[in-house]
Write a protein that binds this ligand. Sequence first.
Ligand SMILES: [Zn+2]
Ligand SMILES: [Zn+2]
Ligand SMILES: [Zn+2]
Ligand SMILES: [Zn+2]
Length: 412
Amino acid sequence: MPSATPLPRGPSHLALFGAEDLLRGPGCPVCRYVAEAGDRFLGWFALEAHAEASMITRLCQSLGLCPVHTRALLRQPGADGRMTAVYRYLLRAAARHLVGGTSPSGPCLGCARDAEAAQRVVDTLLTGLQDQDLRERYRDVGGLCLPHLRAAVPRAGRRLAVWLAGEAAAGLATGPPDPAAITGDHDADTGVRARLRAALPAVMPPAAALGCGICAACLAGALADRDALARAAADPGRPAAGKTRAGLCPAHLRDACYGPAGRSADPVTTDRVLAEESERVAAWLAELASPPELRSAFRKPRGKPGSECLACEAAGAAEASQLTAIAGLFRPPGLCLRHVIALRRRDPRSAEAVVRAAGLTTQVVLGEIEEALRKRTWAYRHEPRGREMTAWQRAAALIDGRVYGGGPPGPL
Ligand SMILES: [Zn+2]
Ligand SMILES: [Zn+2]
Ligand SMILES: [Zn+2]
Ligand SMILES: [Zn+2]
């Protein structure tokens, strides 16, 4: 009888032997490595880590993951049973925060792992690029995408940084702009975001008409994000002489370029957005090549392009003004727990009604989660299943409304 396949003991780090391995195929080596490391993390979570005490403790500290990583967990096969159990712990932690007046701390575990993987691979690559032979190969495979170039420049020695900037500038100058080189690799979440954005209402509905499970602040942010993205994709004309228009972050650039089916149906818009970004980056690269600016780039590691984003800023401002409007209302609209806690941090007195309502909603969803878990046990498996079986999706939206892009919870 064949033995069972052994489960992994941990999120085995990908073997990283040297820069030579990283430069075996075309495309940005950091994007490729980080994507593979991310897949391994998600696989390990699904197989084993979701039931480990240390993982649950970490998740409770940060009250789950960021929207992108949460969506990845919710879309995994078998997520319903797994995430129902995970959200029982997260909702209990959320209830403790609401009662105790505390806030979750700690970054998204998935983002922290991605950043760690990216740093590891950038350092390996930079060490390898001291070797002239590898520089030839770097050129052949197309080199780093621009977001990862920005991460690499402050970690490289001055000479290597100038060489990297020169290579990128030469790449930008030849041929039409390449979306993957300018925005980083197209990730699976881009298509999900596009679908969620397409399902948003045309304008903000009145508070009384907000559906169940919708966070008013997340919806306002999502609408502002969508509209800012549409404005950036429309042809706004060239900025006035001597002025540069703020750009988009890599994720929003990808959103402007890709639709649910991959490449956007409107290549004219895509090409215009990419051409604008490539102009902005070319100016930054030209500055980098001169020593004083290079030194300032070391001080400001993120550099100019991509460090401010029209769509992110518009979403943040809309969320903040929605929270201001809600504070102190006698009958406040629904908010996700992330926004309830943010409102309480800003103004504890006027948030009292909101916190009370959020505590009640949390207990209702927690009750549904407990019921779903009961029906998943062997003894009660034949009982008819109802609405409680999708409580894990409502729990995700209750904790952070951005998981469903400001829209109602449901299948992703
Ligand atoms: Zn990359
Ligand atoms: Zn994350
Ligand atoms: Zn929210
Ligand atoms: Zn952005």
